[in-house]
Design a protein around this ligand. Sequence first.
Ligand SMILES: NC(=O)C1=CN([C@@H]2O[C@H](COP(=O)(O)OP(=O)(O)OC[C@H]3O[C@@H](n4cnc5c(N)ncnc54)[C@H](OP(=O)(O)O)[C@@H]3O)[C@@H](O)[C@H]2O)C=CC1
Ligand SMILES: CC(=O)[C@H](N)C(=O)O
Length: 268
Amino acid sequence: MTYRGRWALVTGASAGIGAAFARRLGAAGANVALVARRRERLETLAGELRRDHGVDARALPADLADPAAPDAILDALSRERIAPDILVNNAGYGLPGYYHASPWRAHREFLQVMVTSYAHFVRLVLPGMRERGFGRIVQVASLAGLVPGSAGHTLYGASKAFLVSFSQSLAAENEEAGVKVTAVCPGFTYSEFHDVNATRPLVSKLPKYMFMEAGPVVDGALAAVERGHVVYVPGLWNKYVAWLMKALPRTWAAKAVRRQSAKFRRSE
Ligand SMILES: NC(=O)C1=CN([C@@H]2O[C@H](COP(=O)(O)OP(=O)(O)OC[C@H]3O[C@@H](n4cnc5c(N)ncnc54)[C@H](OP(=O)(O)O)[C@@H]3O)[C@@H](O)[C@H]2O)C=CC1
Ligand SMILES: CC(=O)[C@H](N)C(=O)O
């Protein structure tokens, strides 16, 4: 699939899965608007995309914990007459510990980044996509959004379950308008995610077959959105876990998640 001449907006583009999306989309000919907090990383990546793929690229540093950020980003793009045909909602992190152990501000900001900013970006780009009869919306959820909640990182699985359900409704509402929507649900993926939330010592003890590189996750996600696959789980192991969690009685699945997640969720 070529996206030559189209603009993509990628959040969380300064590292990991988001940076992989930006590179794959650039390689497919898309111009790419890059959003994250680390300006220097975005500018370096924008230069790489221009140099390696001959596409246009913009660095748009922003903290998505700021409720005004999505409007400011789309206003900046609109001033340059840029209207995204592709949105990759990806920015995210894990907030370790039990719910009562973090202040409400930490939870409020988490929900702003992981849930509200996603919904806000979609609302800002969707009308234009529908008018043009073309749109691709990829929302990076997680396998954690398809399984019962774990102890620790309390809002994480819930935020990802929201993205799965939100994407399903968006797909149903917009299929006729030429707008395709996919929630991609990776399992453990090599990125900075587990360094940022200081769980690397825990997850590094997990079997390697539980992990995937970001590139194949992204390749699968882009192929999934093109074929209209609304909830996409990359990798055989993750597909097996998703299937097992659906096949088991809920109480058994919840017990299994509780047992397994104790190995990689921080309780403090
Ligand atoms: N890695 C994994 O095992 C899995 C990850 N996921 C999901 O994938 C997505 C990407 O994570 P991943 O690539 O792994 O992790 P990384 O930590 O490598 O990348 C996270 C990205 O999100 C950005 N980000 C974080 N907080 C903010 C903020 N407040 N404002 C703007 N940007 C922000 C970071 O940029 P910066 O710090 O520069 O702001 C960075 O670009 C997340 O939604 C995560 O939940 C899902 C399943 C598995
Ligand atoms: C980052 C992830 O979503 C991973 N599956 C985890 O739960 O840590």
